[in-house]
Design a protein around this ligand. Structure first.
Ligand code: NAD
Length: 296
């Protein structure tokens, strides 16, 4: 059996089109333009690329993009002051502080200074608590994207066995909360988990968010299972740089029922969900109905 390939690139384009259509109507009906502020501190090359594509896709969706690029040596108090200004700015509905921040800045302090209603990354402690207690939250973009792909592929997820490999605050933990809220039986695995292959072999859904190239091999996968590969790893193969996931695609595709490729799987969903979250935040701020199908 060869798995169906889950086309995250095409699905993300559909989400962006849905967001753009909703934004166009919102602006035509009420004059409101959703706005996303992205703050970048320092010159990390990967972060610069992310910020550039976030800004471009924000504008393409008809929203306002506000970019704040600060030097690496910016004092923490200055960054906190900027966050406070953005919290108070009515044109800004979403605020994203690009991580990682330079070592002299306390990232938790900065994230928790963002107005939770504008926290489109869903990392503020209030949103973490809301998600964990099944209340209306801003949901972290990458796990939200994975959930959309799973629902699209499987329909209702209730009763399915899911294994999430990785327990980070950004991916693993919120992913597990979302699957639990959809009534999956969820196991969170991590670096100290015993018999990870055996655990995965019992799962209907495997989410790999580890950061270890091609760790999950086909013999870990239950035949017909759905495999979502969050990993983005740069490796060198045959003298060339290559992007691979946490799943060994070549062997897993022979066993799984459906699988996301890397690149072109989860990756494009992250920015699409950021745009969706910004629109959701804007609708909530203005007491308007939220766009259907774009939230958890
Ligand atoms: P992280 O380093 O914060 O967490 C990795 C987790 O994997 C940890 O909880 C750790 O316990 C677990 N782990 C490490 N080694 C393990 C092992 N041998 N067996 C089982 N578990 C193990 O990473 P993260 O921020 O959650 O990111 C995970 C991966 O997802 C990375 O490759 C990252 O680049 C990628 N990522 C992709 C997107 C996207 O948009 N597609 C977004 C965020 C992260």
């Amino acid at each position: 059996m060869t798995a169906a390939i889950i086309d995250g690139k095409a699905f993300a384009a559909k989400v962006r089109a849905q967001v753009a259509a909703h934004v166009a109507k919102l602006t035509a009906d009420s004059g409101i333009v959703p706005g996303l502020a992205v703050v970048l501190v320092g010159e990390d090359p990967a972060s610069q690329v992310y910020v550039r594509s976030k800004g471009k896709q924000t504008v393409e969706a008809g929203m306002a993009s506000f970019e704040h690029k600060l030097p690496a040596e910016t004092p923490e108090v200055e960054l906190l002051a900027l966050v406070r200004r953005l919290n108070a700015d009515p044109a800004v509905h979403g605020i994203l502080v690009q991580l990682p921040l330079p070592a002299h800045i306390n990232a938790d302090l900065v994230i928790n200074a963002i107005d939770p209603a504008k926290d489109v990354d869903g990392f503020h402690i209030s949103n973490v608590g809301l998600l964990g207690t099944g209340q209306k939250a801003m949901v972290p973009c990458t796990p939200l994207g994975c959930l959309m792909l799973l629902r699209d592929r499987l329909g209702k997820l209730a009763g399915l066995d899911a294994v999430v490999i990785g327990r980070s605050n950004i991916v693993g933990k919120p992913m597990a909360q979302l699957l639990l809220a959809d009534s999956c039986t969820v196991t969170i695995a991590h670096s100290r988990t015993r018999d990870l292959p055996g655990l995965c072999r019992r799962a209907d859904i495997v989410i790999a968010a580890v950061g270890r190239p091609e760790m999950v091999t086909g013999d870990w996968i239950k035949p017909g299972a759905t495999v979502i590969d969050v990993g983005i790893n740069r490796i060198e193969r045959d003298g060339k740089e290559k992007l691979v996931g946490d799943v060994d695609f070549a062997s897993a595709v022979q066993v799984a029922g459906a699988i996301t490729p890397v690149p072109g799987g989860v990756g494009p969903m992250t920015i699409a969900c950021l745009l969706a979250n910004t629109l959701t935040a804007c609708c909530r701020a203005n007491g308007l109905p939220e766009p259907a199908g774009l939230t958890a």
